[in-house]
Ligand binder design. Structure first.
Ligand code: GLV
Ligand code: MN
Ligand code: MN
Length: 409
């Protein structure tokens, strides 16, 4: 008889971690490699150690709790604990803490695993302070050079490697040392699909491609009262044309967002001399994503010519769509069905560490519903019973993988 997930402990930890990194305005801001991140990591490391796991940190700051058992490559579960600005408490933290809850449940039921089990919290999944996003898992999977990642300059001018050393999480382990037999990530959906379908569990079969760019527009600052409209090189107006033009080119499944826009000098009576904005383009279809990028280039050239401004673009991240391991996806569906939970296959709209781990091992994700599809917002919410149900599905799938005499897939 299995003891199951201790939902009370899981929810209490989610709430406790969710209080770490509140700013003066009460917002949850636990950006990668910040003081708040250090405090969150310290708390997580204590919990991992308390569960009897061996804690290891690699050179990009990825934090692991390892249950050394059996033989061979470990099964890995996890996600991230860094957050966006003014975040909810579930994004990422749920997958890490549910992984810990799975370890505790398996220990309580006396399972003797045939292989090790690792709980991972990857560095800088969000990519808000340092680009690219999913950085720790990308380095782990060998997709980004360690030195290049550590040299990443933050939005606040800091250097990631220095910040990791400062907070005490520049570890000694070589990234990628722990090569999993399989990786599973449990996450809140962050979108409306499961709620609309009245499904309790999402078996995530694929994940859309992501393109991030930063655009800098150079115009000419001038007097707002004396400069005739025809003689302006208004970087603010050029930025506005790109924002609205992007909306027009997001069609047929592409989503496009300008999430950051800064004008210089940012004064009421000065025509903006410069503008810096970010563009986030996503699509599950690589061809359509590439076409959207090409359309954006066309728009940039058109706006530059029409507005008399110079526009430079810098690529911050580019990841192709990912298909998860069909055998693992099927295991998730079977586990949910066995517990009588309505399950549906779906695409992930968000980026996740699982998309990087998929480069080196069979990987898949489990989603639970997000109320009103809200995420990257403090109103992010998933009902306690839905959180526990997701963790139980993770438990069942992990138990199956640990018991197997050979690797999954
Ligand atoms: C990560 O949260 C993303 O931007 O999808
Ligand atoms: Mn996340
Ligand atoms: Mn996120």
């Amino acid at each position: 008889m299995s003891a199951g997930i201790d939902g009370r402990v899981l929810l209490a930890r989610l709430r406790e971690l969710g209080e770490v990194g509140r700013d003066a305005r009460g917002r949850l801001v636990r950006l990668a490699a910040s003081d708040a991140d250090r405090a969150g990591r310290d708390l997580l490391a204590r919990w991992l150690q308390g569960a009897g796991l061996e804690v290891a940190v690699d050179a990009i700051g990825n934090l692991f709790g390892i249950w050394q058992a059996g033989a061979g490559q470990p099964v890995m579960v996890g996600s991230h604990i860094d957050t966006v600005i003014d975040a909810g408490i579930y994004d990422g933290c749920y997958g890490v803490l549910a992984g810990l809850a799975v370890v505790e449940a398996l220990r309580a039921e006396g399972l003797v695993p045939a292989r090790p089990l690792a709980v991972a919290a990857f560095t800088n999944e969000e990519g808000v302070r340092f680009a690219p996003d999913m950085m720790g898992s990308l380095v782990h999977a060998g997709g980004l050079d360690l030195a290049e990642a550590l040299a990443s300059i933050g939005t606040d001018g800091t250097v990631l490697g220095e910040e990791l050393r400062r907070i005490g999480y520049a570890g000694s382990m070589v990234p990628g040392t722990i090569r999993p037999a399989a990786y599973l990530e449990l996450h809140v959906e962050q979108g409306p699909v499961l709620e609309q379908d009245a499904a309790a569990i999402g078996a995530v079969a694929d994940l859309q491609g992501i393109s991030w760019q930063r655009l800098r527009i150079e115009g000419r600052a001038n007097h707002a009262g004396t400069t005739p409209m025809a003689l302006r090189q208004d970087a603010g107006h050029a930025a506005a044309r790109i924002v609205t033009g992007l909306r027009a080119l997001a069609e047929g499944g592409t989503v496009a967002t300008v999430g950051s826009l800064r004008l210089e000098p940012d004064a009421i009576n000065v025509i903006p001399g410069a503008a810096v904005l970010t563009v986030d383009l996503r699509d599950p279809d690589e061809g359509r994503l590439a076409a959207a990028e090409a359309a954006l280039s066309g728009l940039v050239a058109e706006v530059a010519a029409a507005e008399g401004v110079a526009i430079t673009t810098e690529r911050l991240a580019r990841f192709q769509p990912v298909r998860f391991d069909p055998a693992l996806v099927a295991r998730i569906e079977q586990a949910a069905a066995k517990r009588g939970l309505p399950v549906r296959r779906m695409t992930s709209g968000a980026g996740h560490d699982a998309q990087m781990l998929a480069r080196i091992c069979p990987s898949a994700m489990i989603f639970v519903p997000s109320r009103d599809g809200i995420s990257h917002n403090p109103a992010e919410y998933t009902a306690p019973e839905a959180l526990v149900a997701g963790a139980e599905v993770l438990l069942d799938v992990v138990r199956g993988l640990l018991g197997a005499d050979r690797g999954p897939g």
